[in-house]
Design a protein around this ligand. Structure first.
Ligand SMILES: Nc1ncnc2c1ncn2[C@@H]1O[C@H](COP(=O)(O)OP(=O)(O)OP(=O)(O)O)[C@@H](O)[C@H]1O
Ligand SMILES: [Mg+2]
Length: 399
């Protein structure tokens, strides 16, 4: 298909999508099936803000794609409609804003105080935020979404400030909502921060396949023309996502990708086969992304396995891989890590599903571990070759 044809097909009225945007991850739907409980609980916790008293801080956790962000935004939107300007709401994504400075600057900005992107001391930003807030004489509800990213990158200073800020405010009050999908996150927190952040706790359980079906049906009714989905499409997307910890984002992503593929093909309906293609595409992207984000020595170990397999080596052992790894590391002028560490790295790669390590018995010679790639060479190439250093390594070693 030429580019012109492709663009024309998209520009022409879609036969499949009524409104594709309704399937995008940022869209907050007007209904959230199977989250009535969480919506109600969060609303109850925050409602006192309407009467001018400070709501308890809330800590929200649950696995990825369980609706934490969607529910929080939904409740905040409803509440701010009711509150008009009596309550100040501020939502900060801490994956994008992962330093104390940036979080405080975002909060100050939501009060209309301008803060330069860099240049001030963090304590100065804090002071400006504090005085801006107190001048407003309001309740402020602050959401720190994906807060684990902030704490891992910059520690819990901001949380400490924000959980104690009420002691320094005279005419305003602040409540904090912390959201995370990292269940071990609270272990990183100072005990005092932890107890004040967790005044209330909300847990989001994973969705079951049935629940995901309802979620998909509701979104599909807004996004697609009637009758364009073959009957098995939604149950399939739901079943696949239910196996992946009940992740609604994955379910929606599958549905969107499947429909995109159907549209690209010029098909009239989305079918099971489109879902299967979408699944493959997503799996591939996940592996490539995982590889891209790996630290140097993990990449080098993976590169060693990759090169050995490309040379046709069979039954790879930790020892063989280690020798190759040392050879590559030396060639690149990098200090190699120990064989013990390489053995751990191989286990990590096994856990991530990128290699497969199997213990086989050698009879009276004991047992050994046999390692092979469980991802295509192409995926590995794609993941590694984003990294210029690795690209150089591949060049050098395959010359
Ligand atoms: N009950 C629901 N009804 C409709 N859509 C939902 C529901 N729950 C989640 N979604 C949708 O699924 C996607 C993922 O949900 P959300 O972003 O809220 O997950 P999350 O729990 O915040 O995940 P993460 O921990 O990865 O941030 C979003 O597009 C959201 O709109
Ligand atoms: Mg989220």
């Amino acid at each position: 298909m030429s580019l012109d044809e492709l663009f024309e097909r998209f520009a022409a009225q879609s036969r499949i999508f009524k409104d594709r945007d309704k399937l995008l991850p940022d869209y907050v739907p007007s209904e959230l099936p199977h989250r009535d409980n969480q919506v109600l609980q969060l609303a109850k916790i925050l409602a006192p803000a309407l009467a001018g008293s400070r709501p308890s801080n809330v800590f929200i956790y649950g696995l990825t794609g369980t609706g934490k962000t969607a529910v929080t935004k939904y409740v905040l939107r409803k509440l701010s409609e009711k509150a008009q300007d009596r309550v100040i709401f501020s939502y900060v994504n801490c994956r994008q804003n992962d330093t104390s400075y940036r979080v405080l600057a975002e909060l100050a900005r939501s009060l209309g105080t301008r803060i330069p992107f860099t240049g001030l001391a963090t304590s100065e930003v804090y002071k400006r935020f504090l005085s801006a807030l107190d001048r407003r004489g309001r309740i402020m509800v602050v959401v720190l979404d994906e807060v684990d990213h902030l704490v891992k990158k910059s520690g819990d200073d901001v949380l400490y400030f924000l959980t104690r800020i009420n002691e320094q405010l005279t005419s305003s009050r602040l409540s904090l909502i912390g959201i995370t999908n990292d269940l071990k996150f609270t272990e990183f927190l100072d005990a005092r921060v932890k107890s004040s952040l967790c005044e209330e706790e909300l847990v989001f359980p994973p969705y079951t396949a049935r629940e995901l079906e309802d979620i998909l049906r509701q979104r599909a009714s807004e996004a697609f023309y009637e009758g364009v989905l073959a009957p098995e499409v939604i149950p399939m997307c739901a079943a696949i996502a239910a196996k992946q910890n009940g992740d609604a984002r994955l379910a929606l992503d599958l549905l969107l990708k499947a429909a995109d593929i159907a549209e690209r093909e010029g098909a009239e309906r989305v079918t099971a086969d489109h879902v299967r293609q979408a699944q493959k595409e997503i799996e591939k992207n996940v592996t490539v992304d995982v590889i891209k984000s790996m630290p140097l020595h993990v990449k080098l170990v993976l590169l060693s396995v990759y090169l050995l397999e490309k040379e046709g080596a069979k039954n790879l052992t930790t020892g063989t891989i280690y020798n190759k790894y040392v050879e590559i590391a030396k060639m690149l002028g990098v200090d190699p890590v120990t064989q013990r560490r390489v053995s751990d790295i191989i286990n990590e790669l096994d856990m991530a599903g990128i290699v497969n390590a199997r213990v086989v018995s050698l009879g009276r010679y004991g047992r050994t571990k046999v390692i092979r790639l469980s991802t295509s060479l192409k995926n590995i190439e794609e993941g590694l070759s984003e990294d210029l250093f690795m690209l150089g390594a591949i060049e050098l070693t395959t010359r």
